[in-house]
Ligand binder design. Structure first.
Ligand code: GCB
Length: 591
């Protein structure tokens, strides 16, 4: 910051006040596993104000420096304790009507006390989701900056924590073209600290992450383990799975340990979502979880779960609730999975288009439904920008770390409906490579577009994927339904295809002839035609129509939509089923 001597408010001359925070960026390398850890919650009422001009950053308000060098009080424009309160977690859009469309910086403040419980203990702040850039300040200092609305991040504060602490979070919901996602999305841009904030204590040496799974090609009789320890280079860990009689000591060196252990678990599947209590301990620390063991694999054009071919009877779901926004709760997730399993006869949910809460996959493990998880590499993003790539890969890494032990998660998706350009090809090939390098137990996919000119499934990225996702809207965006038949006939993919999106808009309760757009009858007819074609195509190994529930979307403003994308099979009230629901459910019942 260079200003002429004599200026009393130097910040008014500074344009680039944000970049000094870049060096505080945290990501997947700092993320710690909280599986089974006893944590303390920092949820609750926080003070909150909106800061569209970003004085928190620009004017360094986070320093809370109230006195000048000579001890005289400065005329401060802020007073964090005096700000109104807001609930954490929540989306501010749902908490205050005047903030419904607010897409800028929101500033949160709270205090917390700390006393050391154990000698040598380390402490972390852990955020499960802040939309969509977060600046974290503790006791007047920036301690972290994080990009990505939907993945968790942790920051160690062992050397900074005091007896009483002042914690400030700047949650910036401003859309940016070079970020992931960029400015243009077909979902609502909710803002705020909308998932849990946790205070985590660990011993000096603790288990930072772990990956426990059925070892590939083992005849289902071996469990593989990988883990990382922080704070100790070498030592012993013990993996225990009491129900399988496993109690195995594994040495770690260079802070990493790995082992393959004989064990014959009952396999997890949607029909039998068997989970085991699994615990990994080192001296003074442990992680524990309920984990399922299964094998998910692609062979030729087949999708196999535990060696048996599966048709992925699915549906897409957004994290969007009419009252809670992107915030969600256990009851809502359980009801969503129940509807898909019991009413729709589905076995698979595509969680679009960004990582949903970790609770979703936890409950999916327990209730038995397969999941597709995705990062928001959505439409046209800055594919030629290395920083954008780093952001995307980091979000993918954070998601994979978070859900790596979830049996229900069978597919990682590296993006949705991106143009087939050279830059995009290289960007998304790298992401697919990252998945392959880090996880041999799941398939990598992406929702691709049809080649409309050549009338076939022909995306260069398909080479890098295990399963080709295809979004097609014949009969809706492309009214010429006959094209779908031609596309399917002209294509000859050497891998399984999942139709990752197909659908039509209909307002619940709006009736008319099937020739009228926005009616339930039109949507129903389209579903009939679609399932007919899809069901008859040999290389299509699954479908997840767009979408289970109507969801908020800022660009959907016609008289039927009124701010919602109406392609749901169920209204945004999550109760009223449209006629097409029955068509899909009948198809799945017999498929
Ligand atoms: C798509 C997008 C999805 C949209 C949907 C639609 O292809 O992937 O995000 O919401 O179409 O309704 O247009």
């Amino acid at each position: 910051m260079s200003t002429k001597p004599g200026n009393f408010n130097s910040e008014i001359h500074v344009l680039d006040y944000r970049s000094p925070f870049n060096k505080f960026r945290v990501g997947r390398d700092q993320l710690i596993s909280i599986d089974g850890r006893e944590t303390e919650s920092l949820n609750g009422l926080w003070n909150f104000y909106t800061d569209p001009i970003e004085y928190l950053l620009r004017g360094a308000w986070y320093k809370e420096s109230r006195y000048d060098g000579e001890g005289r009080e400065k005329p401060c424009d802020y007073d964090f304790e005096a700000m109104d309160e807001i609930k954490v977690p929540s989306c501010w859009n749902m908490e205050r009507p005047e903030l419904f469309l607010y897409e800028n910086l929101g500033v949160y403040f709270r205090t917390f006390n700390y006393e050391k419980h154990e000698e040598g203990e380390r402490v972390f702040l852990h955020f499960e989701g802040v939309s969509y850039r977060a600046y974290i300040f503790l006791n007047g200092e920036c301690i972290a900056m994080h990009d990505g609305a939907s993945t968790p991040f942790s920051v160690e504060i062992t050397d900074k924590v005091k007896k009483t602490n002042r914690l400030i979070v700047g949650a910036d919901a401003k859309r940016q073209d070079e970020r992931v996602p960029m400015t243009n999305t077909d979902w609502f841009n909710y803002g705020g600290i909308y998932r849990d904030v946790l205070f985590v204590r660990t011993p000096k040496a603790f288990i930072k992450d772990w990956f426990v799974r059925l070892s590939p090609s083992s005849g289902y009789s071996e469990i593989a383990l990988d883990f990382t320890v922080d704070g100790s280079e070498s030592g012993k860990a013990v993996l225990s799975i009491p129900e399988l009689g496993v109690n195995e000591t594994v040495e770690y060196k260079g802070a990493k340990g790995k082992a393959v252990i004989k064990a014959k678990p009952e396999l997890w599947s949607p029909e039998n979502p068997k989970l085991y209590d699994v615990k990994l301990s080192i001296d003074g620390d442990s992680l524990s979880d309920r984990i399922g063991f299964r094998e998910f694999r692609v062979e030729g054009d087949k999708i196999l779960l535990n060696g048996k071919e599966r048709f992925m009877k699915g549906i897409c779901v957004h994290e969007d609730h009419i009252d809670l926004g992107k915030c969600t709760d256990e009851e809502t997730i359980r009801e969503t999975i129940r509807v898909v399993k019991e009413e729709l006869h589905g076995v698979f949910i595509r969680l679009a288009h960004y990582p949903h809460t970790r609770l979703f996959a936890k409950i999916a493990d327990e209730m038995g439904i397969m999941l597709w998880e995705e990062i928001p590499v959505y439409w046209a993003i800055a594919f030629n920008n290395e920083k954008t790539y780093e952001d995307a890969e980091n979000q993918l890494g954070e998601l994979m770390r978070r859900d790596i032990n979830r049996a229900s998660v069978v597919i990682w998706s590296v993006g949705n409906e991106n143009p087939d350009t050279d830059d995009r090809f290289s960007f998304m090939s790298r992401l697919a490579g990252y998945v392959k390098e880090n996880d041999p137990t799941r398939a990598v996919s992406a929702a691709c577009l049809v080649d409309e000119v050549g009338e076939k499934i022909d995306d260069r990225l398909a080479d890098k994927l295990d399963i080709i996702g295809v979004n097609e809207y014949y009969g809706w965006y492309n009214p010429d339904f006959s094209k779908l038949g031609r596309v399917l006939r002209n294509s000859n993919p050497d891998k399984p295809v999942i139709i990752t999106e197909v659908g039509a808009g209909a307002r619940a309760g709006n009736h008319g002839t099937s020739d009228m757009l926005w009616t339930e009858e039109r949507q129903e007819l389209l579903y009939k035609k679609q399932v007919d074609q899809i069901g008859g195509c040999s290389y299509i190994k699954g479908v997840s129509p767009w979408i289970l529930y109507d969801f908020r979307a800022q660009r959907r403003v016609n008289r039927y939509q009124e701010g919602f994308n109406r392609k749901g099979l169920i209204d945004s009230d999550r109760k009223t089923h449209k006629k097409a629901f029955r068509v899909l459910s009948d198809f799945y019942k017999t498929k």
